[in-house]
Every structure is written in structure tokens, then in C-alpha cells.
Design a protein around this ligand. Structure first.
Ligand code: AMP
Ligand code: MG
Length: 418
């Protein structure tokens, strides 16, 4: 079963809107998009990056029974004094997976190994290193609190406890938690299929012979890699030149197979911007003039019920728009809910006069003093600045002057799931 498709006007901008602030644009996307993928079962072991379609409750407590945290000797602490104790050992031992089946009488100790169930009659364990051991008895200095060196049943989580909520994205650590609770299969959303299309007569694939008037397609492999990292099924839709029939055919074909598309190039209203022209004529498109640098133009459209994010051709702008807009929007389509990156206030290692009234994202990296440096050139054709950076500095819409030492918001690329 698949949920309903999106409304055809889901990207419409209210009439008369001029420059839309970033937050307002994000609010619009958040309000209008919803999950478009069906549910399926997945093996927990193979679920890295998948999105939960249902809450997960622990099948079993962790640990299921109290066990020992060390190799040592277990005993009942009630009735023991402080100071030097000499306790006779019962025959046998408690090992991980092979517990001691009897009851340990008061005043006796039992050999116990790490991870072994704490036997009846035992509540406290003294570790090997703190004991002297003779054939059938041990001596130790008792300063232990009752329960020392044991892990209580359910101290990590209890049976029936909610471990994760629907919409959660599974990490490697989560795989350990879910597996420890005894669950081998989970209900997840089918991977969102996202196609990537490059447009423009000047674009060609690296590895092909060409003259220097042509540009190697940097966006498509970058976007495919980002989508894969986000756990989506990235579908390579190739490249089409500035030819309307070819663009139309490729979009038609893609709309049959993918849940959403990212295109780059041709999204403005210029005479060679065929993507927006064909959308205007035959699909639904809304050019979002977002008060954002680098960014404009961002075109959001629907092609045969498939949402299309028309990214700027410029690789730096395409990258930033993908992180700021496509990521939360695709996350919503994929069932992950609305994801907001976590930023940190850090001191600027730069100064800048900024035009108020638009948000800016600068390619930044943290230096050894914990301050944010920015790439020396803001030119959005500098693809290598994206590799140089380890995150983005966000300059608020209203910010005007940033001095060295001012607090700025820094978002590591990791906070965008990269
Ligand atoms: P456009 O948005 O089509 O006006 O393109 C803006 C700039 O980005 C132009 O310099 C294009 O050559 C460049 N560009 C467009 N698509 C790509 C691409 N796939 N890879 C690298 N550069 C591109
Ligand atoms: Mg172009």
C-alpha cells in the first residue's frame, strides 16, 4: 500500500511574495509535504539508515537477568561486616551462558565470571584483583556496597519499553540496541527513490573527450553521493541537453519510477533555462525567490505527480540548497519527519560586512582554537571550497556586520547527515 500522492499545488507560493525568507520557505515545505512511501519489513542487521514506520518496543529486558560486571566471587552482602572477610566457596561456578543452578548460602561465596547470571543467594560481587584465593576459600577487604559489580535486570531497558519512535533513522548503535532487545525484523518505510538529472548543453560526463567550452558534470555524481549517504535510493537519470523534447521525455520516464527528483541547471527564467520553461508549459512550477546566498534560483515543481527540486546549476549553490531545502523535504517524503540540523555558536575567525535581509551560508571549517574560519573566496564557482570546508556558517537574515570574535552559528556537515 502506498500513501496518497502530493497535491499538485504543493509548491505554490502565495501571490505577491517577493523575496521569501529561508525559514518561511522551510515552513511552507514542512506544511505541505508528507510521506509518500509504503512500508516494508527489514532485517535489523541490514537496516542501517532505514526509517522506522512503527514504534519499536523491547521484546525483552536488557540485561534479561542480573549478571556480573567482573570476574570474581559472589556472595550475599547482608550479614557481612566491613573489613577483612574470609568466605568458604561453594563447589561449582557461574559462567556466562552456564549459570550456577544452586542457592549460595549466607556466609559463602561462589566463583562468578563476567556476564554470568547472579545466582540465588548472591547480590554482590568482589573482583578477582581484590581477593586472595585459596583452594576452597577467599579473603578480601569488604568495602563493597550491596549490589557492587553487578548489573541489574532491566537497568538498560525493560521489556515493553519504547526504544524508538516511528520516523527514527536507524544508526549503527541503534542496530545494537534493537538486536539486544531480541528483535530481528522491523517495520520500515520503503527507501525513497530520488532521481538526479543534469541539464544544460554545456554539460558532459567526465571521462568523455571534449573541448574546453564544455563543463564536466560535477553536480550529478555529488548529488547521487549525498542521497546515498542519506539512505535514499539514488537513481541516476543522466544528463539532457537544452532540448525541450528530450527534457520532457526524460522527466516522463523518471516520473514512472522515482518518488522525487533533483535537477540542476536551467532553473532560472533565462532564454536557455529550458527546465523551468517546460515546467511552466506542461507541469506545475513555482520559482521560489528565496532570500538566500548562495542559492537562487530554486524551482519547485510537480511533474506527473512527482515532486521536483530544481536546483541551481552552480555546484556550490546546488550543494547548499540540497542541504538546507532538499534534505528536510526529502526526509518528510521518506517518513523521517522534519529534521533540523544542530548548529553550534562559535566565535568567528573572520570579519564580514553582510547585506541585511537575506540569509547567508559560508563554507567554513573549525580551526584548532575552536573558531570558525571561512573560505577566502565567496565565489560560488569554487567547487574546491566544498572539500575544504567541514561545515557551514549561517549568518542570520538580519545580521549586518560580523567581526572577528563575534558569535556565529556553525553547522558541521555531520549535522546535515553527511
Ligand atoms: P544554470 O543554473 O544552468 O544557469 O548554471 C549555472 C552555472 O552552473 C553555469 O556556469 C553552469 O555551467 C554550471 N553548471 C550547471 N550544471 C552543472 C553541473 N551539472 N555540473 C557543474 N556545473 C554545472
Ligand atoms: Mg544552464
Amino acid at each position: 500500500m502506498k500513501p496518497p500522492t502530493l497535491k499538485n499545488d504543493c509548491f505554490a507560493m502565495p501571490a505577491g511574495v517577493d523575496w521569501t525568507p529561508v525559514d518561511q520557505a522551510l515552513d511552507l515545505l514542512r506544511a505541505r509535504l508528507h510521506p509518500v512511501v509504503a512500508c516494508e519489513r527489514a532485517e535489523v542487521a541490514a537496516s542501517l539508515g532505514r526509517i522506522l514506520a512503527a514504534d519499536i518496543r523491547a521484546l525483552r529486558a536488557n540485561p534479561p537477568v542480573a549478571n556480573s560486571a567482573v570476574d570474581g566471587f559472589g556472595f550475599a552482602s547482608d550479614g557481612l561486616g566491613k573489613g577483612v572477610q574470609i568466605l568458604p566457596l561453594v563447589a561449582g561456578r557461574s559462567a556466562a551462558g552456564a549459570r550456577f543452578m544452586g542457592v549460595v548460602p549466607n556466609g559463602y561465596a561462589v566463583r562468578i565470571l563476567t556476564g554470568a547470571a547472579v545466582p540465588n543467594g548472591v547480590d554482590t560481587v568482589v573482583m578477582n584483583e581484590d581477593t586472595t584465593f585459596e583452594r576452597d576459600r577467599i579473603a578480601f577487604h569488604n568495602e563493597l556496597k550491596k549490589g557492587a559489580n553487578t548489573r541489574k535486570a532491566g537497568e538498560d531497558f525493560n521489556a515493553g519499553q519504547t526504544l524508538f519512535r516511528a520516523g527514527h533513522r536507524i544508526s549503527a548503535a541503534d542496530i545494537a540496541v534493537i538486536t539486544a532487545s531480541g528483535i530481528a525484523e522491523i517495520e520500515v518505510f520503503a527507501r525513497l527513490k530520488v532521481g538526479v538529472l543534469s541539464t544544460g548543453d554545456e554539460i558532459c560526463d567526465a571521462g568523455t573527450e571534449t573541448d574546453s567550452d564544455r563543463i564536466f558534470d560535477a553536480n550529478r555524481p555529488m548529488l547521487l553521493a549525498i542521497l546515498t549517504r542519506w539512505g535514499f535510493e539514488a537513481v541516476d537519470l543522466g544528463h539532457v541537453g537544452d532540448d525541450r523534447a528530450a527534457v520532457r521525455a526524460r522527466l516522463d520516464q523518471a516520473a514512472e519510477t522515482v518518488d522525487a527528483m533533483l535537477t540542476s541547471g536551467g532553473a532560472s527564467a533565462g532564454e536557455e533555462d529550458h527546465l523551468s520553461a517546460i515546467f511552466k508549459a506542461e507541469g506545475q512550477i513555482s520559482s521560489w525567490r528565496i532570500a538566500l546566498k548562495p542559492g537562487r534560483p530554486l524551482a519547485l515543481g510537480m511533474w506527473r505527480e512527482t515532486p521536483v527540486f530544481g536546483l541551481p546549476g552552480n555546484p556550490v549553490a546546488a550543494f547548499v540548497c540540497t542541504l538546507i531545502f532538499a534534505r528536510p523535504a526529502l526526509g518528510l517524503l521518506a517518513g523521517a519527519g522534519w529534521e533540523t540540523p544542530q548548529g553550534f555558536d562559535v566565535k568567528a575567525e573572520f570579519a564580514k560586512d553582510k547585506k541585511p535581509g537575506r540569509r547567508e551560508y559560508l563554507r567554513a571549517r573549525m580551526n584548532d582554537q575552536g573558531r570558525a574560519e571561512v573560505y577566502p573566496s565567496e565565489g560560488s564557482g569554487r567547487i574546491s571550497s566544498l572539500s575544504w570546508a567541514d561545515g557551514l556558517v549561517e549568518l542570520a537574515d538580519e545580521a549586518a556586520q560580523i567581526q572577528s570574535g563575534s558569535l556565529v552559528k556553525y553547522y558541521p556537515f555531520g549535522s546535515f547527515g553527511l
